[in-house]
Design a protein around this ligand. Structure first.
Ligand code: FAD
Length: 564
């Protein structure tokens, strides 16, 4: 909305426009991901140091006066220029980001609502239809709203239950002693169930950020984390006397997320030079090379090269006594990017105990231990992401290769989108206190009977009374179940780029229909646009170039109706 108003002002519009904003939740302007009332144990995965969300300038559009709003760091009264580089980075609860976004939204929406320019409809937009040449949005209550242009920024959407959850759901619905949570959020619902049972035997499908949120929330319900060594951030967990809790996460590969480096000094060692980033951008955005690309190695080869160079500069690294040369490291990087269980002395051994993995990764992130090449690749990848995303969005790459590249980028998120070191320390402390059992991590077999879910691995069983699905829905448009999208898909108005990906959009965000129609005024921004664009689902993207490109085009199309 800020971008739209900015573009309206640039176009000299003073009247002749109205905005209808549909929001199904109560989280106006920030969405449920950043709900202000959610528990503080739901953490963001970006350090405040990196949360350089830009300010909003004051806007004057005709008689409308929109006040300016501070950038995030000023709002949070943080000044990283004055912060020593060895100070531990902070990762705020998502509710804090929600408060920032909410205040920012209210200061924007109040004058707009008062002027009759903005109408907020607190309902679910259920269907978009075209009635004799007029577009309309129909909400779940059946009300119809005529519109000239539409932007869908619906974020994370529910998808069809997979076979495993479907079967568990049918099973658990008929049995009062078993509880299944098909979604980890809101975590508060899980906490309610946990409070109601004296004995908590919980299995958690997934071993990523959502699992960490759930585990942290449950842990804080039954005890406290105590700092053992403030300089290293090591923790101990002290459970309440009556706590009887065992949580058992599991996933298909059982691999552990790598933490963000502890502070800016640690992080700097993984940052490629500006010159390297420029060269990467030039290489990736070359349209001839994009057309000729025949695999994900279009990206992974160059990333392997950059990561190898960075790794050779790290003093305390794995396999340090055997000096590996640049080309050997590049070849190893290629192997590892294709298969993250690839074994070699430069990589973290995936066969060691998961609790040891937590320690080793936390040590890499905090500078206490040697850095493995895989961890380095992941951190270098994160530093390169803005360049990769800018160069490869709306590229000349074939859909097939784009899908492969998105798949590598997704696999890299285990390291690149990692949690703070503190999350790994908490998991380790909970493991040591006996509340977190990591013995079933890698794809256990799971059976159900009327008394429990039984997880079996390496000759051991764990009987769970509560099952949490902490694997978030994929951005696969064909699996989405929300009416607004299924109806667009059925009407042929949205077109998946690839069977496994999202919606095809032009550079200005407007959707590309399969039959190339030019008269469909529907744009799409965010997670489900993944396909023609890459890297669209992070808070920083909400303030990025794509939104500006959309608002300019939306205003250009509406211009004939202005100032009437
Ligand atoms: C659980 C979770 C945790 C995340 N954590 C992080 C993180 O730590 N860091 C990070 O950078 N990113 C994170 N993300 C990614 C997150 O999606 C983005 O940060 C950001 O919220 C995307 O903004 P958006 O506006 O595209 O979507 P959203 O923030 O999801 O906003 C979409 C809005 O549309 C509303 N809506 C949806 N459908 C309809 C409809 N049919 N009718 C009316 N209203 C509708 C929703 O209620 C919501 O308010 C997380 C995502 C999830 C799901």
């Amino acid at each position: 909305m800020e971008c739209l108003l900015g573009s309206l002002r640039e176009a000299g519009a003073t009247s002749g426009f109205e905005i209808l904003a549909f929001e199904q939740s109560k989280a106006f302007g920030h969405g449920p991901v950043y709900a202000t009332e959610q528990t503080d144990s739901n953490w963001i995965n970006i350090s405040e140091r990196a949360l350089d969300l830009p300010p909003r300038a004051a806007l004057c559009i005709g008689t409308l006066q929109i006040p300016p709003f501070a950038d995030y760091l000023s709002w949070a009264q943080l000044d990283f220029d004055a912060t020593p580089p060895d100070e531990i980075d902070t990762f705020p609860p998502r509710s804090k980001i929600g408060r920032y976004l909410e205040e920012r939204f209210v200061s924007l929406s109040t004058p707009l609502i008062e002027a009759g320019v903005l109408h907020v409809v607190n309902e679910t937009a259920d269907k978009i239809s075209n009635d004799e040449g007029h577009w309309q949005v129909i909400t779940d209550s059946g009300t119809k709203h005529r519109v000239d242009d539409l932007l869908l920024a619906v974020g994370h959407q529910p998808t069809a239950l997979d076979d495993q959850i479907k079967a568990w759901n049918e099973h658990a619905t008929s049995l009062s002693n078993l509880v299944l949570f098909k979604d980890p959020y809101p975590v508060e619902e899980i906490l309610e169930a946990v409070r109601a049972s004296k004995t908590v035997r919980m299995a958690i499908r997934g071993y990523g950020l959502a699992t960490m949120d759930v585990v942290r929330a449950v842990a804080l319900e039954f005890g406290v984390f105590e700092v053992v060594d403030p300089s290293l951030g090591t923790l101990r967990y002290k459970a309440d006397d009556d706590a009887d809790v065992v949580m058992v996460p599991f996933s298909l590969d059982g691999l552990t997320m790598g933490p963000k480096p502890l502070n800016s000094a640690m992080d700097a060692q993984f940052a490629p030079s500006d010159e390297t980033l420029d060269l990467l951008g030039d290489h990736l955005s070359d349209r001839n090379s994009q057309e000729e690309a025949c695999g994900a190695n279009f990206l992974t080869d160059v990333m392997g090269r950059i990561a190898a160079t960075v790794y050779l500069d790290i003093e305390n690294r794995y396999d340090g006594e055997n000096v590996r040369g640049q080309s050997e490291l590049e070849a190893l990087a290629t192997n590892w990017m294709a298969d993250q269980t690839y074994s070699h002395p430069v990589f973290l051994d995936v066969t060691i105990k998961p609790e040891e993995t937590l320690d080793r990764l936390a040590a890499m992130g905090s500078g206490e231990g040697a850095v493995s090449f895989d961890y380095c690749i992941g951190q270098v990848w994160r530093h390169c992401q803005p360049t990769i995303y800018a160069a490869l969005s709306y590229s000349a790459l074939s859909d097939e290769i784009m899908a492969k590249i998105i798949s590598v980028d997704e696999s890299m998120k285990r390291y690149a989108y990692g949690p703070p070191v503190a999350s790994l320390r908490q998991l380790k402390a909970l493991h040591d206190a006996g509340l977190l059992n990591l013995k079933f991590l890698g794809d256990p077999s799971i059976s159900t009977d009327t008394s429990c879910w039984t997880l079996t691995a390496n000759g051991r069983d764990f009987e769970a009374l509560m099952m949490i699905n902490a694997v978030l829905d994929s951005p696969k448009i064909k699996s989405v179940t929300a009416n607004i999208l299924t109806s667009l898909l059925k009407d042929g108005l949205i077109d998946p780029v690839h069977d496994d990906l999202g919606i095809s959009t032009r550079e200005d965000g407007y959707i590309e229909t399969a039959d190339g129609r030019e008269d469909v005024p529907i744009a799409f921004l965010g997670r489900l646009a993944k396909g023609t664009v890459i890297g669209v689902d992070a808070i920083k993207e909400c303030f990025g170039q794509r939104v500006k490109a959309w608002s300019r085009e939306a205003v250009r199309k509406a211009a004939p109706r202005f100032n009437e």
